[in-house]
Structures are given as structure tokens and as C-alpha cells.
Write a protein that binds this ligand. Structure first.
Ligand code: AMP
Ligand code: ZN
Length: 397
């Protein structure tokens, strides 16, 4: 690791409501950048570099930064944050980073960047939150689905994913069906610096990718159909999002588990059910003793698409996030989201609602590992301070 840093004055200045998002985009700027820290007033930035850069490389980097700032910051309007629930002031017994204890005691084991083995305590919390979500879905009589971890590139293309979130994509290959190539691979394949090294020509084209979301699979399954009535569905699935150097703890994983309740139908059907989902979820958070806030939000779109799409989502209040308190950081973490996509997927996937128009869609999505992490960040490891329901559910673990 190098200690090389580069300090830059930023023009345009990053407004406070964009600092976090600009900072996390910097991870995708250049492979020479390990981390970027924008100063609190948004007028400067320190880049932590893998190695010293010559003048030409530095200039290229500065040009890229300018491109990001122009795309994300110039003319960006401060979104009006709407708060629907505020339980952030709940009294909490713990204020340390649970990651330290978890790593020290084998409660989690880091297998690689953004990849963790979860030991019995965290796994049991994940299971518990999963069961609670199953009950929530049951209260809607949502029909269960199981979706593949793989997803076809055509589906992602059809829903504009390549344009909206290219930076987080993950690809799957296999070996070509050719005995010579398989033998060549078997002979030469090895790992260097944690990466597979093998002759390129032995590998297939990319026919599959790793799924970045759960509900896309339902829209695919319904594509080309006309619905007799609104659809309520539920599924839990692995999601994969490459988040580069932002993948530092259980808060941001390369491979995480999302539990979703999904609604497809006419506009009011989707909006009413999303709202009902929010209200019913409140009761779960009460049982979990969660300190949180529900506020309007936007997705982390790719730089080029960011301003337009984020402003659109904010203006129409399409996304709300449940942000749990992380007392040790004096900050919050999104643990769930309530999403309304208007008729975007209905149009792209040709799903017709009972009224004959393109279907509207929405989902209520919970990040199970983040819920477990936020719970431990708020309540720590001393069970007697835990809310009774959680203590009872994990009895014997
Ligand atoms: P989203 O579809 O982006 O709203 O994600 C739904 C939920 O999944 C979020 O509220 C998080 O709890 C969780 N989530 C999203 N990205 C990650 C990640 N990289 N690591 C862990 N959990 C995540
Ligand atoms: Zn979804």
C-alpha cells in the first residue's frame, strides 16, 4: 500500500447534499485511486493513490474528476428530502463498530473484497429478519417465487441497466465447449494476486451475468402478458453489485441478500400496497427496537445518468429509504427501500395491467445483512440489553 496522496481544489464546489455520492463515485474514477475524501465544505478533495503518478497521469485524472463534477454537480438542485417516519432518537445501549468484535471473535470471516462468511450470531439475525419479512409478505398473501442468481444480459439491456448502473455489473463466463481449450485451461489456470490467470481464448462469451436485483426476474416472468388482477409476489435472493473500494465491511457487500415484496398492476394498486407495506413494516421495526428514519432518496446512478435520473426520482418521490442509525459513526445506513417505478418496467417488459395500460410496478426491499449489522451497531453483543422479541428469537444461539 502506498501513502501517496493528491490534494485538489474542486471546481465546481460539491454541495453538501452530494458529497457522499460524489465521494463514492470516485472509487470508479481510475484504478490508481484507492479512496477519495471530499472536504466538508466541498471545495477540495484528497485522493489516496496506489502509486505515485507522473504529470501526464495526474492530468488525465484531473480531467476525469472534472467530468464527474460537471455531470453530477453543475446545475444540480438540492432535493427536497421528505421524511415519513423518524425514530432516530430511540435510546440505544451500544455505540461501537460491531465489525471489530465480529472480526476478532470469528463472528464473521472475511473471504475477500466484499465477501464474508457469517458466523452463527449474524447468520441467526439474518434468518430472523428473513422470517419476519416472510410474515410481512404473508400478511399481503404475496405468492412465493425463487429466482436464479444468474440473469440474462438481454434482460438487463431491456431494463436499461447498462446505461444506469454499468459500474456495478458482474459477468459470468464458462469454458468453451472444446476439449483442446479445456485442456489448455486445466494446464495453465492459476491465481496471481487473488485473480484467475488463464488464456482468454479458453473462455466463453458472456451469456449470463450475476443478478443485481430481485424484482427484475418477476417482470421477465410476466413479460408479454395481460394481468387479470394485480400481482403480489415475494422472493428472497442473492444480489451482486460491485462497489469497488466502497466494499469495506458488512455495510457494503459484493454479494448480499435482498428480501422483496413486489407489486405489479394498476397505479393505485401499486402505490396503495407500497404504502401499506411501509405501514406494516413499522410494526417490525418496533419489535426490533430499531432507531431509524424513512426518507425520500435516489438510486446511485452512474455518473453520466446521475443528475437527470436522480432528480426525476426525487421529484416524483419514487424511492424512500429506511435509514438505520449507526451510533458509532453518528450516521445512518439504508437497510430497506420502498420503490415505485411508475410504468417503466411495464413498458420495457410489455406487461399489461387489467385496465389495458402498461403495468405499474413497485417493491418493498430489505437488505438482510445490513439489518443484522445495524442491529448489532445499535444493540451490541450483550443480550440482556436487546429487545425481548429478538432475544427470544435467538435463544439458544
Ligand atoms: P436498493 O434496491 O438499492 O434500494 O437496495 C435495497 C436494499 O438492499 C438496501 O436498502 C440495502 O439494505 C441493501 N443493499 C443494497 N446494496 C447493498 C450492498 N452493496 N451491500 C449490502 N446491502 C446492500
Ligand atoms: Zn425491487
Amino acid at each position: 500500500m502506498s501513502n501517496q496522496t493528491l490534494s485538489l481544489t474542486l471546481d465546481p464546489v460539491v454541495p453538501d447534499f452530494l458529497i457522499d455520492q460524489v465521494q463514492s463515485k470516485m472509487a470508479y474514477l481510475d484504478e490508481s485511486v484507492q479512496r477519495a475524501v471530499v472536504c466538508p465544505d466541498g471545495s477540495c478533495m484528497t485522493l489516496y493513490l496506489v502509486q505515485e503518478l507522473d504529470l501526464a497521469a495526474q492530468k488525465t485524472l484531473e480531467e476525469k474528476i472534472h467530468r464527474v463534477l460537471t455531470a453530477m454537480v453543475s446545475g444540480a438542485l438540492k432535493p427536497r428530502i421528505k421524511i415519513l417516519e423518524d425514530k432516530l432518537d430511540r435510546k440505544l445501549p451500544f455505540n461501537k463498530d460491531p465489525m471489530d468484535t465480529l472480526l476478532e471473535t470469528g463472528g464473521v470471516y472475511k473471504e475477500g473484497k466484499g465477501m464474508y462468511v457469517l458466523g452463527p450470531l449474524v447468520a441467526s439475525l439474518v434468518e430472523y429478519f428473513n422470517r419476519e419479512c416472510v410474515d410481512l409478505a404473508g400478511s399481503f398473501e404475496a405468492r412465493p417465487y425463487r429466482f436464479p442468481v444468474l440473469i440474462s444480459p438481454e434482460l438487463l439491456e431491456r431494463v436499461d441497466y447498462f446505461r444506469s448502473f454499468p459500474h456495478s455489473l458482474n459477468f459470468v463466463r464458462h469454458l468453451r465447449e472444446d476439449l483442446d481449450k479445456i485442456e489448455t485451461f486445466a494446464e495453465h489456470a492459476h491465481c496471481e494476486n487473488g485473480c484467475l490467470v488463464a488464456p482468454e481464448e479458453t473462455q466463453s462469451d458472456i451469456e449470463a451475468m450475476l443478478s443485481p436485483a430481485v424484482c427484475f426476474h418477476l417482470y421477465q416472468a410476466l413479460s408479454g402478458t395481460t394481468l387479470d388482477e394485480g400481482v403480489k409476489a415475494t422472493a428472497v435472493g442473492h444480489c451482486f453489485r460491485y462497489e469497488s473500494s466502497n466494499l469495506t465491511s458488512l455495510t457494503r457487500l459484493w454479494d448480499f441478500t435482498m428480501y422483496e415484496v413486489i407489486f405489479v398492476g394498476e397505479k393505485d394498486f401499486v402505490l396503495d400496497n407500497r404504502e401499506e407495506g411501509r405501514k406494516r413494516a413499522q410494526k417490525m421495526y418496533e419489535r426490533w427496537g430499531l432507531a431509524y428514519r424513512v426518507e425520500s432518496a435516489n438510486d446511485p446512478f452512474f455518473v453520466g445518468e446521475f443528475k437527470k435520473q436522480a432528480a426525476f426520482q426525487s421529484a416524483f418521490q419514487l424511492k424512500y429509504e429506511v435509514r438505520a442509525a449507526l451510533p458509532f459513526l453518528n450516521d445512518t445506513l439504508a437497510v430497506a427501500s420502498y420503490n415505485y417505478h411508475q410504468d417503466f418496467f411495464g413498458r420495457k417488459m410489455e406487461i399489461t395491467a387489467p385496465d389495458g395500460k402498461p403495468a405499474h410496478t413497485g417493491c418493498v426491499a430489505f437488505g438482510l445483512e445490513r439489518l443484522a449489522f445495524a442491529f448489532l451497531a445499535q444493540y451490541g453483543f450483550e443480550r440482556k440489553t436487546w429487545p425481548a422479541d429478538v432475544r427470544r428469537a435467538l435463544k439458544g444461539i
